[in-house]
Design a protein around this ligand. Sequence first.
Ligand code: THU
Length: 129
Amino acid sequence: MADTSLVNLAIEASKNAYVPYSHFPIGAALKTKDGHIFLGCNIENASFGLTNCGERTAIFKAVSEGYREFSELAIYGKTEKPVSPCGACRQVMSEFFESSVEVTLISKNGETVVMTVEELLPYSFTDLK
Ligand code: THU
């Protein structure tokens, strides 16, 4: 289970979401193995396909700053049940996350579920062999 502060940070991060089209804010908080935290939110575009999801924003921020070793990711959405990450985000998680990474999904009421990347994306595409 992710620590409560990471859950709260994901909720806070959703407040920066740029969602004029869906009105569906997502927040993410990603912790590196050495304790750094990167936040992310979804950023939409009038050309809808250019939208970047909240969890991918957090992962790309971390990787672009030189961090590739992660321990936890928390994702918050205003959903009835803990938010379900999209397929593209699951694929990006599978690129960078070991099985030890705890992915905590959070609902609008604070209900959480913790999953691994293998549970989220079984038999994933991981290399070109
Ligand atoms: N969204 C995310 O940020 N993460 C997901 O895993 C699911 C979808 C965003 C994209 C878009 O801004 C809005 O939610 C509605 O699809």
